[in-house]
Design a protein around this ligand. Sequence first.
Ligand SMILES: NC(=O)c1ccc[n+]([C@@H]2O[C@H](COP(=O)([O-])OP(=O)(O)OC[C@H]3O[C@@H](n4cnc5c(N)ncnc54)[C@H](OP(=O)(O)O)[C@@H]3O)[C@@H](O)[C@H]2O)c1
Length: 240
Amino acid sequence: MGGRLTGRAAIVTGASSGIGRATALALAREGAAVALAARRRERLQEAAAAITGGGGRALVIPTDVAQAPQVAALVERAVDAFGGIDILVNAAGVAYLAPLAAIDRSELERLFAVNLFGTISACQHAAPHLLARGGGFIANVGSVSGLVGWPGGGPYVASKFALRGFTQCLRQELRAGGVRVCHLAPNYTDTEMLARAGVAPAVRARALRAEDVAAAIVFAASLPAGADLVELELRPTELG
Ligand SMILES: NC(=O)c1ccc[n+]([C@@H]2O[C@H](COP(=O)([O-])OP(=O)(O)OC[C@H]3O[C@@H](n4cnc5c(N)ncnc54)[C@H](OP(=O)(O)O)[C@@H]3O)[C@@H](O)[C@H]2O)c1
């Protein structure tokens, strides 16, 4: 394959649906070998089949990113299979929305375990391998909810602001080693997350497609090594 990412190896978390799945497929279309991670094995297998059916290379690694040992095993297996890794996309995420008085502590901890600690774990385990290659690319999928708050979004917004802050620090820590770290801040994207949140079909119809966000991630990953796209705010044209 003669894609922009031929010869690269990637790990994508949240690859069983939505933005992660679309990104895994888009990376593979550009020639990258992709390790697909999330909890739902069958969904990962279906995405992997779509990749291999198109002539790409895919590896299914069921993983709960909230469990640090599973994240360590994910990175180890991908490195073993591919001989190293060049790209990490952290798209695993959940939404928990509640106004102040209704915030439930255990739901809040579960949210942070996935959206923040899961991403930090993946970066911690993957970064040494990217550095060992002399460079690489990490995309952390945040949200416009990591740029601006809104009533009732406290838990989710807090997790995404924290993720953005962490991503900025990570970028400064890794760039001397040639690793570029990009913060993705999409707005409404028509995925299972929006459906679960009860967003009206009329709004979902005008939202971004998961493939739009995937295209932005592939664009950032494909830039020349000396060009570092630090942050990307992506909004659906019609929704503003
Ligand atoms: N949709 C939007 O409007 C929107 C806007 C801005 C940002 N985002 C962000 O985009 C990212 C992807 O979300 P999406 O919209 O594509 O929703 P989605 O279709 O629900 O995808 C979420 C993904 O995260 C995975 N996941 C959840 N908990 C996990 C865990 N503990 N371990 C491993 N994987 C886990 C899910 O897989 P399993 O259930 O199989 O584990 C799934 O693959 C999230 O970080 C979300 O916050 C979404």
